[in-house]
Design a protein around this ligand. Sequence first.
Ligand code: UTP
Length: 295
Amino acid sequence: MKPIRKAVFPVAGLGTRFLPATKAMPKEMLAVVDRPVIQYVVDEAREAGIEHLIFVTGRNKSVIEDHFDIQAELEATLRERGKLEQLTILAEDLPKPGSTSFTRQQTPLGLGHAVWCARELVGDEPFAVLLPDMIMQGRPGCLTQMMTGYETFGGNVIAVEDAEPEHIHRYGVVGIGEQTGNLFEITGMVEKPSREQAPSNTIISGRYILQPEIFDILSDQGTGAGGEIQLTDAMITLAQTQRFTGVRYSGHFFDCGSKVGFLAANVAFALERPDIAPHFRAELQRLTRLSPDPS
Ligand code: UTP
C-alpha cells in the first residue's frame, strides 16, 4: 500500500458568501483568533504525516504563498526587539524548504476541476484533499483519523458526519454499507441531493484520500450541480471500480466559508486558548446579556 505523502488544498474559489471581505483577501486568510484559516488546515495535514503541500490557487491568492514563506524583514525586526516568542511561532508554522508547490486554476470551474489542476504535481500516487475553509476542532485531527481507514482498507477514504435532513441538499451525501467501528463501506454518493434523492443523512465533510485514477476521470468530467465540475461526480465513477470507505471522525468541523461557521469557529477556538479564554468568556456573557434578539 502506497503511503499518503501529498495533500492538495484547493484555494481558488471566489468566496462569494463572504463578500465584501473576500473581494481582495482570500477567505482562507481570514483569521480564526490569531491564525489564518488555512494554517489550521495545513497543521492538520502535517500532523497526519503529509510531506508535500500542493496549493491550487487563483487570482488574489498570492498572499497565501507569502504566508508560507519567510518574511526576512519582519523576522529581523522581531529579533532586534527581542520578541522571541513570536519568532518561534513563525518558525513552527513554516513548512520545510521545498515542501510546498503552487499551481493556478485559471478559471474557477469547480472543486473537481481545481483538484484536476494538481495532477502533474501529485503524479501517480494516492493523495489527500483538504478543503481549506473547513477547520476541525478535536484531537487527533481528521486526516490522522482517516489514515487508520486507509491502512485498514486501502482505496479511497472520505470523512463523513451526520447532518440535519433540512441541510443535506447543500452537501455531498453517501450511502452506508457494512460498518466496522467508525468505518463503513460507501455504497453510493450524490452531490447536493433533494431530501427524496438522498441515500442517508450522512454528508461528506471536506477531507478525502483519493487514488490517482481520479485524475483520468476528472479530465473529461462534465459539469454537475451548480454548473460546476464536481469532485463527487468523479468519485461516483471511480467507485464503480474501487472501494470507498467512510470515516465517522470524532471532533467537530466549522465551515469557515459561511459567516455563522466562521464566527462560531472564532468563539470555539478562543474558548480553548488559556491566554484569552477567561477574559473572552466574560465578554461573551456580557454581550449575550446585552444584545437583544434582532428578529
Ligand atoms: P466553495 O463551494 O466553498 O466555493 O468551494 P467558493 O467559491 O470558495 O465559495 P462561495 O460558495 O462562493 O462563497 C469549496 C472549496 O473548493 C475550492 C474553494 O476555494 C473552497 O476551498 N474551489 C471551489 C476551488 O478551488 N475552485 C473552484 O472552482 C471552486
